[in-house]
Design a protein around this ligand. Structure first.
Ligand code: SF4
Ligand code: SF4
Ligand code: FES
Length: 255
């Protein structure tokens, strides 16, 4: 995961067949004393571009100080979560062909950092509180020391119980779309619960009760209001709210 470094300005190319759009970006530099503000850029885009290409164009040709994270550019690393037109998305998964108006009307887009985490610069937030919650639920296989001499066998049915939550790429789109998390950053948040679910329901793991005890807390699963923002925001299509509900049920059943 990298923050894109400053690059020298070059003559801005205008590709054949491109459409000029306006991109409003929420800017913040803690060192310039100007506070938070919106800045607009005109960018020629092709239908085949992703929104990440648009940001890279701005950084390469219009303003080298623009700061954002990205790495894989293919929806795998989870580093370029941002609020695009008011909803959390991975910039590399937003296709411009889905947004460009057929009528040729002008298009204005907005982009802001994800909410609920401290902004460090422009679109880069401090992810530490998010990863603290992730680490707190012990997101790794725990066994009582009986080293296997061969692979740990698991039936397809047992594997299916947590298959969905193995898909998480820790992008934080879910947690930073959660109104409970915005209002109280001490809530574990949906991503941490998803990653607890992945091990709680793994038949090879022996620490499900330990994780359930951690989540049976005032800042745990009971803070969830089942508003489904997190499910809508997940770029991996994980049924986040369903996973949270399954953890709640496991807690009720364990009582
Ligand atoms: S369903 Fe729960 S965790 Fe998800 S956004 Fe709503 S309150 Fe937050
Ligand atoms: S559950 Fe989905 S939205 Fe949440 S961190 Fe994982 S991949 Fe991202
Ligand atoms: S850059 Fe890796 S998910 Fe978008």
């Amino acid at each position: 995961m990298t923050a894109v470094a400053e690059t020298p300005q070059k003559a801005a190319p205008v590709p054949d067949g491109s459409t000029l759009i306006t991109v409003k970006i929420a800017r913040f530099n803690p060192e310039d004393g100007r506070g938070e503000r919106w800045e607009s850029f005109q960018v020629p885009v092709l239908p085949t571009d992703r929104f990440l290409n648009v940001l890279i164009y701005i950084k390469s040709y219009l303003d080298g100080t623009l700061t954002f994270r990205r790495s894989c550019a293919h929806g795998v690393c989870g580093s370029d979560a941002m609020r695009i037109n008011g909803v959390n998305r991975l910039a590399c998964k937003v296709l411009m062909k889905d947004l460009l108006p057929k009528s040729g009307k002008p298009l204005t887009m907005s982009v802001e950092p994800i909410r609920g985490l401290p902004v460090e610069k422009d679109l880069v937030v401090n992810m530490e509180p998010f990863f603290d919650a992730f680490r707190a639920v012990k997101p790794y296989l725990i066994t009582s020391g009986n080293e296997p001499t061969r692979e740990r066998i698991q039936s397809q049915a047992d594997r299916h119980r947590f298959d969905d939550t193995t898909k998480c790429i820790l992008c934080a789109c879910c947690t930073t779309s959660c109104p409970v998390y915005w209002n109280d950053g001490s809530y574990f948040g949906p991503a941490a619960i998803v990653n607890a679910h992945r091990f709680i329901f793994d038949s090879r793991d022996e620490a499900a009760q330990e994780r359930l005890d951690i989540l049976n807390d005032v800042e745990g699963v009971w803070r969830c209001r089942t508003t489904f923002n997190c499910t809508d925001a997940c770029p991996r299509g994980i049924q986040v709210t369903k996973a949270i509900t399954e953890v709640k049920r496991a807690l009720l059943f364990a009582r």
